[in-house]
Design a protein around this ligand. Structure first.
Ligand code: CP
Length: 306
């Protein structure tokens, strides 16, 4: 039976660690420095992206190619969903093309879980609504592990639009399972009350509305994109940068070893100042993209060939 990757919630530490170990071994191949064994030669991966993407879609294509598989793609615009074909019917028809895996991005939270109940091929969640973005969570963990040497005991802040962020949910599950201390920091409007309950019952999770007081002892800071497309009113508060942006001045008060991360795309001058995003000493933003290819190689290998 193929395995799926639908979410990180519920995965145990050994499962996460095995995926991270495999992904780390794939980094030279992801960079193109060596050739990976084409363990997926002859396999077909369908990328179904009903929401826009640059990094995730292309890195799944790159990962498939590095392992010898072919990737075919369907985007929401230009597909027969415009004629009323449902999400599930679309996936069933794609499976009927003979694909080995469906990689799906959708605004439907739980959409990949629904697909997995109906198709025989592997289903990989490439981001579903506000639910999860599991491969992003894995690449964030890999980046932290590579930079700091270990995840256990690391103080990691996830800052910004927690409410709308599937990235935050996946990272929170994986990081706490692997022993990190996670602080969720954001304005009350973007940090829902439900997270206070999580923090109340989870010793590794804390919430805060104050970025300033949290800077001094962080090992990693993950700045989230403000998701204008999901925000009520569709606007970024004008004082967002003032209160929650990682400005040059705030970055100067981070410990010297603290790394800066962002899933992309970056709203420059809102979540992160240019100087900070481009500081190759601290910023892991482009390295995260490379690690994304390695993680997706590990996930495709595991879900397709077991
Ligand atoms: N991090 C991420 O999901 O980026 P894309 O939307 O470009 O895929």
């Amino acid at each position: 039976m193929p395995r799926h990757l639908l979410q990180l919630e519920g995965l145990e530490a050994p499962e996460l660690t095995a995926l991270l170990d495999r992904a780390e071994a794939f980094i030279p191949a992801a960079r193109g420095e060596v050739s990976a064994t084409p363990v997926l030669a002859g396999r077909l991966v369908a990328n179904l992206f009903f929401e826009d993407s640059t990094r995730t879609r292309l890195s799944f294509e790159a990962a498939a190619a590095r392992l010898g598989a072919r990737a075919i793609a369907l985007q929401g615009s230009g597909s027969s969903t415009s004629k009323g074909e449902t999400f599930l019917d679309t996936a069933l028809n794609v499976e009927a093309l003979g694909v080995d895996a469906i990689v799906v991005r959708t605004n439907l939270s739980g959409g990949p879980n629904q697909l997995a109940r109906h198709v025989q091929c592997a289903v990989i969640n490439a981001g579903d609504g506000r639910h999860e973005h599991p491969t992003q969570g894995l690449l964030d963990c890999l980046t932290i592990r590579k930079a700091l040497g270990a995840i256990e005991g690391a103080n990691v802040a996830i800052v910004g639009d927690i409410a709308n962020s599937r990235v935050a949910r996946s990272a929170l599950h994986a990081l706490t399972t692997l022993g990190a201390n996670v602080r969720l920091i954001g304005p009350p409007t973007l940090l829902p009350r439900g997270f206070a309950t999580v923090a109340k019952y989870h010793e590794r999770v804390a919430i805060s509305h104050d970025l300033e007081s949290n800077l001094h002892d962080l090992d990693a800071i993950v700045m989230l994109r403000v998701q204008v497309e999901r925000a009520a009113g569709g606007a970024i508060a004008s004082d967002y940068r003032l209160q929650y942006g990682l400005t040059r001045e705030r970055a100067s008060r981070l410990p010297s070893h603290c790394i800066v991360m962002h899933p992309g795309p970056v709203n420059r001058g809102v979540e992160v100042d240019d100087d900070v995003a481009d500081d190759r000493r601290r910023s892991q933003i482009l390295l995260q993209v490379t690690h994304g290819v390695a993680v997706r190689m590990a996930v495709l290998e595991q879900t397709i060939s077991g």
